[in-house]
Design a binder for this molecule. Structure first.
Ligand code: EPU
Length: 325
């Protein structure tokens, strides 16, 4: 149930398929006694779980509003993210195609504002509904209230651990799709296939091809996608470092430069590095992998080693993107 494929034991496990059951469980246990589990794709488990695991398996996709131009969909938290993207592509609902093939559940997608190939969840997000773990009242959060940032939201910060998201609503375009092909090698992939007027399905297929060529399939090799966030450094730090390093970067503003963490790890020679069954992926150094029987501790030790090597050479602190328990 975790894409890293780490074996730990849970004291107790409850699968939730109705909101009523969720309310009942939250009523029965103290907030500190439960461990909420979604798709298990953004976590590293380093020890047995003493709490009761509450697995959110709420299902269903509902059209809440529709015009000739757009459709608003309300999606239950336990729906698989990629299956939902495919549902949209099949119906020609545009917006999420660049976010194809991301593991995990819809309900956890706002927590870290998932993003890929120039698009973030927040770009098509309308609202999400969540239940408060103590008062048991439901609240609907608008995009503004979610305080989205790069791999950030209020649910990771101020409201951490306080709410369980039960559904997420999106606004998607039925026509005049706005394609984003500029990021990564999407355009290159389309050109190779001689596609000159791409549809959202073509873009989704291109993203699936790019992701599968670089990122390991968790069913074959345990991983949690990018293990670290791409660090953002100040203008001063950037200029100082540029004097001795030929940095790869994206300029955000005069005082903020994003440096690809995968590139940093690659530069310190750790791509494909392996310590027992804990390893750095051979094609994308930002992804840590479990070659078989690594424990959460093994992966965590490897992560610390990677952090120290990058710090030593670049004086940059890598911050994990994955939640560590
Ligand atoms: N690079 C290297 N060596 C490596 C890996 C990357 O030199 O081993 C260089 C690449 O050549 C490229 C740059 O680093 O110039 C960036 O690499 P890439 O385009 O693969 O993207 P990323 O910044 O490493 C981010 C997201 C991914 C997302 C891709 C595409 C984060 C932490 N990660 O990765 O998200 O799929 O962009 O948009 O922002 C995830 O969050 O789990 C995830 C996979």
């Amino acid at each position: 149930m975790n894409t890293f494929g780490i074996d730990v034991l849970a004291e107790q496990y409850i699968s939730i398929s109705r909101e009523k059951e969720l309310k009942e469980v939250l009523r029965r246990f103290y907030a500190s006694e439960i461990f909420i589990l979604g798709g298990g794709s953004n976590m590293l488990l380093t020890k047995d779980i003493e709490e009761t695991v509450v697995h959110i398996n709420l299902k269903g996709i509902e059209v809440i509003q529709e015009t000739d131009d757009f459709v608003d969909l309300k999606v239950a938290a336990g729906e698989n993210w990629h299956q939902f993207v495919l549902y949209c592509i099949e119906r020609n609902y545009g917006g999420l195609e660049n976010l194809s093939y991301i593991p995990g559940h819809v309900g956890t997608s706002p927590i870290q504002n998932i993003g890929a190939y120039g698009i973030e969840l927040k770009d098509h997000f309308l609202s999400c509904t969540a239940i408060h773990r103590q008062t048991l009242s439901f609240k609907t959060f608008t995009a503004q209230e979610c305080e989205f940032g790069y791999r950030q939201s209020i649910f990771k910060n101020k409201l951490k651990g306080q709410y369980v998201i039960t559904s997420v609503s999106f606004r998607l375009l039925k026509q005049k799709h706005q394609l984003h092909l500029e990021y990564g090698s999407i355009q290159e992939t389309l050109t190779q296939k001689k596609i000159t007027k791409p549809t959202i399905k073509d873009v989704s297929d291109a993203v699936i091809a790019i992701r599968s060529s670089k990122l390991p399939n968790p069913n074959e090799l345990g991983n949690s996608g990018s293990f670290f966030k791409n660090p953002v450094i100040s203008g001063d730090e950037f200029h100082l470092l540029s004097e001795k390093e030929n940095l790869r970067y994206y300029k955000i503003s005069d005082n903020a430069y994003k440096i690809p963490a995968g590139w940093l790890i690659d530069q310190v020679g750790l791509k494909a590095y392996r310590d027992g069954d804990a390893g750095v992926h051979k094609d994308q150094a930002l992804v840590l992998v479990n070659h078989g029987n690594a424990s959460g501790e093994d992966i965590l030790n490897l992560a610390k080693f990677v952090q120290s090597k990058v710090k030593e050479r670049f004086n940059i602190e890598l911050e994990p993107e994955v939640n560590i328990f």
